[in-house]
Design a protein around this ligand. Structure first.
Ligand code: BG6
Length: 475
């Protein structure tokens, strides 16, 4: 079903994110018949480019970053694109942009630029009368680097746009499984009665990556895993796993519940957080080589134990970890249930039920249950998975599932903010993360070294062992 007719301006249209995600994503929505035939995509950036020059760049980007996608309709798609060279801090290009915009269609502005330009863009859009009360702006992460800067950014945007016009992207919320987590929890009777401290022993949230930070070392070295991943992506996963049922699947109802989770987080003690930095390995550069800063104490790995101080989760810890250059690219949420209160079987072999919600690489869910080992050997127990791969279940290749970005952009056009972060949520997440980061920055300790291709520093294993638990293997 096509969305409403729109004019979408992408600021930073020649940048990496536009090339890798935004433009290929829009093309895929075009192929899916979701883009209205008159919709326009207007690239805006500093470089002097003609419309055709921008189309050529976009063609190359789509060929490179969406290699398997059908290219037969690429020319028609590119026909909907145009370009304006713009000076975010000056006057150049703004009148031209204004002339390009049509009346009576949705106007959306994607800020795929450095956060230091967000304020300038917002100001110019209102100054030149390009944005009106119904326009939408989309802002990329990082949304600030601490509570103070996030507040300042919210205040700047609020001078020109109402909260209902601001779409703060966390692309993890656009992932299929993340939304499925809400469907599984709230559209079934099976799980919710067990989804609390009485029946859940602990929760693990892992986002492990195989890539290092090479190529984006200068950004990353001022950020680190805590700011780059935990404060946003892992926090969002935590919220959706832990939140109370919203009264309706409505943007503010969902975001109110997420906010309550963040506010209920206890401060993390220093002994319950582990930071790591990957080492060099043979010819492969280590973190400090990639960051080009031999003295860097920035973490490329974090593991921590989080407690949610509310009725539902009292006594059930959430363990979070994320890192670069680890053994495999895996993102999953693992709910480990408690063991039955009493075993009636002599030979136990009993293992706790686990629900694994896989975000990556193949999206799906896995529930382990105990059954009787088949055969005449008596009552022996064994653990089997009830596996559901979404791609299998839906008969589609996983690759055909819409990417997080394309789904989120379509939500912007539809005016649906459910999967976007509200200003107060972002601030609350920084308020929780700030003391952790500050203590770290003020301290002298170096991150724990870990080997590339491993599952992180040994200290992170000990974080779990101390509680008589273990991480699910990264594979
Ligand atoms: C980004 C981070 O937000 O998410 C990157 O800045 C990280 O450092 C990326 O690699 C991970 O996203 P995905 O979708 O590949 O898991």
């Amino acid at each position: 079903i096509p969305v409403e007719d729109f004019d979408l301006v992408i600021f930073g249209a020649t940048g990496d994110l536009a090339h890798r995600k935004i433009l290929p994503g829009l093309y895929r929505r075009y192929l899916a018949g979701q883009m209205p035939p008159d919709a326009r995509i207007i690239g805006a950036a500093r470089s002097e480019l003609t419309d055709d020059g921008f189309r050529d760049e976009t063609r190359k980007a789509i060929e490179e970053f969406a290699p398997k996608v059908d290219k037969s309709q690429l020319d028609a798609f590119l026909g909907q694109l145009s370009y304006v060279a713009i000076d975010a801090k000056g006057t150049g290009g703004w009148e031209q942009l204004k002339e390009r915009m049509r009346d009576g269609v949705v106007r959306a502005f994607y800020f795929s630029v450095a956060p230091s330009l967000f304020g300038d863009l917002a100001q110019r859009l209102s100054e030149y009368g390009i944005a009106d009360d119904s326009s939408r702006i989309v802002v990329e992460k990082p949304f600030g680097r601490d509570l103070e800067s996030a507040r300042a950014l919210n205040a700047t945007l609020a001078q020109h746009f109402a909260e209902k016009q601001i779409y703060r992207i966390d692309h993890y919320l656009g992932k299929e499984t993340v939304q499925n987590l809400m469907a599984v929890r709230f559209a079934n009777i099976l799980f919710e009665p067990l989804w609390n401290a009485q029946f859940v022993d602990h929760v693990q949230i892992t986002v492990s990556e195989t890539v290092g930070v090479g190529g984006r070392g200068s950004y990353y070295d001022n950020s680190g895993a805590m700011r780059d991943m935990v404060q946003n992506h892992l926090m969002q996963l935590l919220c959706l796993t832990a939140m109370e049922p919203p009264y309706h699947f409505d943007p503010d109802a969902v975001r109110d519940e997420k906010l309550k989770v963040i506010r209920a987080l206890e401060p993390v003690s220093e002994t319950e957080i582990v930071r790591g930095q990957y080492q060099a390995d043979g010819g492969d550069p280590g973190y400090i080589d990639d960051a080009e800063n031999p003295a860097s104490r920035t973490e490329s790995y974090v593991a921590l134990k989080v407690r949610i101080s509310n009725w539902r989760w009292q006594g059930t810890p959430f363990y979070l970890r994320t890192g670069k250059k680890l053994r495999a690219r895996t993102s999953e949420i693992v709910i480990t249930f408690k063991e039955p209160p009493h075993s009636i079987f002599d030979e136990s072999g009993q293992k706790a039920n686990q629900l694994v919600i896989r975000l990556q690489p193949d999206e799906g869910m896995d529930l382990t249950v105990m059954i009787k080992e088949p055969g005449p050997g008596g009552m022996r127990l064994m653990q089997v998975p009830l596996d559901m791969s979404f791609a299998d279940a839906l008969g589609t290749e996983a690759a055909d599932m819409p990417d997080a970005y394309e789904r989120l952009i379509m939500d912007v056009i539809r005016g649906n903010q459910t999967l976007f972060m509200r200003g107060d949520e972002v601030e609350a997440a920084w308020a929780w993360a700030d003391p952790i980061i500050k203590a770290w920055e003020e301290g002298k300790a170096r991150p724990e070294p870990y080997d590339p291709g491993s599952s992180g520093p040994d200290e992170a294993l000990r974080l779990m062992h101390r509680d008589n638990r273990r991480w699910r293997e990264i594979r």
